[in-house]
Design a protein around this ligand. Structure first.
Ligand SMILES: NC(=O)c1ccc[n+]([C@@H]2O[C@H](COP(=O)([O-])OP(=O)(O)OC[C@H]3O[C@@H](n4cnc5c(N)ncnc54)[C@H](OP(=O)(O)O)[C@@H]3O)[C@@H](O)[C@H]2O)c1
Length: 279
């Protein structure tokens, strides 16, 4: 049993709603594994209370927090110090408080995405990559792929959003949502960053028949763990990478800032969190 003392380091995840978050599970797994005197708690915080809660957490000695929907942009506004990634995103998902009272923030999704592919042995330099989607997650993924010198193409149901993303990134090109399946043959990696395929969302209509046999397919949706896109790719004999690893890897930076240990993502952790998704 993990017992905390008066010296415990405390971090949290803030969202509205927050019950669905797997972050407490995974951070407390690492705390226990590393026998750290600390805790990571879920806080259900309404948008109108967000800024006050952050200031109160800082005053109460919290080490920092993760933020999820709908707070990522508000969290960016609260920061005294942000890095280039956060500036490109205009949002953050990880905050930490410094000894002299500064609020620092970054967005870890993109790094988590790249680390997940690296774990699967996928190299990205000069690879031709098709990104489905142009929402918040697509922005993080696309930015990190460009840092890896990959060549990105973006397609999105709402074309203007894809065009805006390419313009903001100052790199990449856009193709029409209706034509991505026809153009699939010219890509090395297909990334789904839309919410299509997620449990409870509408059906995802796609066609992989033009894929080359070397195409790698990854989906950042992780509920279900094997999404319809990944299932179809597997059936076609293509290499696939599931999105759960991205969730686990993106959590590492916050943990190391708050608790002083850089934790690893391994089979035991992956299965532990995956089991919670079945419930
Ligand atoms: N594995 C991880 O760690 C991780 C991290 C972050 C997010 N995610 C997952 O990634 C997904 C997207 O998150 P987000 O924050 O980027 O959401 P978001 O900002 O709301 O963007 C949603 C994206 O999905 C597209 N979309 C939604 N419904 C669609 C439909 N019926 N047909 C075609 N496109 C549709 C949207 O297109 P429009 O622009 O046309 O609306 C947009 O590109 C979610 O499922 C989330 O759980 C996973």
């Amino acid at each position: 049993m993990q017992i905390i003392t008066g010296k415990a380091k405390i971090a949290a995840v803030l969202g509205w709603p927050i019950e669905h978050s797997r972050s407490p599970l995974l951070h407390n797994f690492w705390l226990q594994r590393h026998q750290i005197d600390g805790a990571y708690i879920p806080l259900a915080v309404k948008a109108e209370d967000f800024k006050d809660v952050i200031q109160t957490m800082k005053a109460a000695g919290f080490k920092g927090c993760n933020v999820t929907i709908p707070h990522k942009e508000a969290a960016y506004q609260c920061c005294d110090i942000v890095d280039e990634t956060a500036k490109k995103m205009g949002s953050v998902n990880t905050l930490w408080f410094t000894e002299d009272g500064k609020i620092c923030g970054t967005s870890t999704d993109g790094d988590g995405f790249v680390a997940n592919l690296r774990d699967a042995g996928i190299t990205l330099t000069n690879k031709k990559i098709l990104i489905l989607g142009a929402g918040g997650a697509a922005r993080s993924v696309a930015y990190s792929l460009l840092q890896e010198n990959a060549q990105i193409t973006i397609t999105n149901r709402t074309l203007e959003r894809a065009e805006q993303l390419v313009q903001d990134l100052n790199s990449g090109r856009v193709i029409d949502w209706q034509s991505w399946t026809k153009e699939l043959g010219s890509f090395d990696l297909l990334v789904n960053t839309t919410s299509l395929g997620m449990e409870g969302k509408e059906d995802f209509q796609f066609d992989l028949q033009n894929a080359s046999k070397n195409l790698v397919v990854t989906d950042i949706v992780y509920v279900p763990r094997i999404t319809p896109l990944l299932k179809a790719a597997e059936q076609k004999g293509l290499k696939t990478v599931e999105g759960l690893g991205m969730l686990l890897h993106q959590a590492r930076l916050g943990f190391s800032k708050w608790f002083g240990v850089d934790p690893i993502v391994d089979h035991e952790l992956t299965e532990f969190v995956a089991n919670s998704l079945k419930k």
